[in-house]
Design a protein around this ligand. Structure first.
Ligand code: C5P
Length: 239
């Protein structure tokens, strides 16, 4: 049985490859992530196809520009029917508020279901050295919580963050805030290029509402069995 807390990342190079994986996973997965790699090749077509197949779609385009441009960009994406979409929190309060307000109004005007709007806090690929190079002085962990609170104040539904920060965000932002965590590795899976990883159950136990998993499912000898194992593990999480 599918669990919409599990989002499988479709980091593949064509619609055909994406749809083949979705068909292989069948009813075991109901929620997919489409990122830049696939969207820049396929455009809205892949989102529409996934929606036609009854799947939820997190459109992970990480918009970052002045408020008006981001807000209008989101309005342009709205007819695709994605169920979740994101912007960079470092675009600031006014940008996020413009995005949330315009998206809410446009969805109401066109009677399209409003996608959840979430914010990327600090990319997990940023290490301490990059952080210092950027001239930042606050700790990454404190900055992530600051951005999460700013996103919440601006009317966003949640954030993307590492599983390590999920607990502090949950404490600061309360129970109704979405926390989407990539960097998930079931016990025994290769790390690939991920560093700060967590298992599905520990991410959920720390307060994540969703986990994003790519390679541990896509490259598994039996992807459906890999998904079933992840879902079983999440169900056993202590919260
Ligand atoms: O294959 P893997 O499970 O590592 O894929 C994780 C997915 O989450 C990829 O689509 C990657 O771009 C995304 N992601 C990430 N770390 C972030 C933000 C997004 O791994 N901080």
């Amino acid at each position: 049985m599918a669990d919409s807390r599990l989002i499988v990342a479709l980091d593949v190079k064509s619609d055909d490859e994406a749809i083949a994986l979705v068909e292989k996973l069948g009813d075991s997965v109901c929620h997919y992530k489409v990122g830049m790699e696939l969207f820049y090749r396929s455009g809205g077509n892949i989102v529409r196809r996934l929606r036609d197949m009854g799947k939820e779609v997190f459109l992970d385009l990480k918009l970052h520009d002045i408020g008006n441009t981001v807000a209008e960009g989101l309005v342009s994406l709205l007819p695709l029917g994605m169920t979740m979409v994101n912007v960079h929190a470092s675009g600031g309060y006014a940008m996020m508020k413009a995005a949330a307000d315009r998206l809410r109004d446009a969805a109401a005007d066109t009677q399209v279901e409003r996608p959840k709007l979430i914010a990327v806090t600090v990319l997990t690929s940023i290490g301490t050295r990059d952080w210092i190079e950027l001239g930042e002085t606050e700790s990454i962990a404190n900055h992530v919580v600051r951005l999460a609170k700013l996103a919440q104040d601006a009317g966003l539904d949640g954030v993307v963050a590492s599983p390590y920060e999920a607990g502090a965000i949950r404490e600061a932002c309360g129970d109704d805030f979405l926390i989407v965590t990539p960097g998930i590795r079931p016990v025994g899976s290769p790390l690939d290029d991920q560093n700060r990883i967590a298992t599905p159950d520990s991410a959920i136990a720390n307060g994540a509402t969703h986990i994003v998993v790519g390679r541990p499912v896509r490259t598994a000898a039996d992807p459906v069995a890999a998904v079933e194992n992840i879902i079983r593990t999440m169900e056993g999480a202590k919260k």
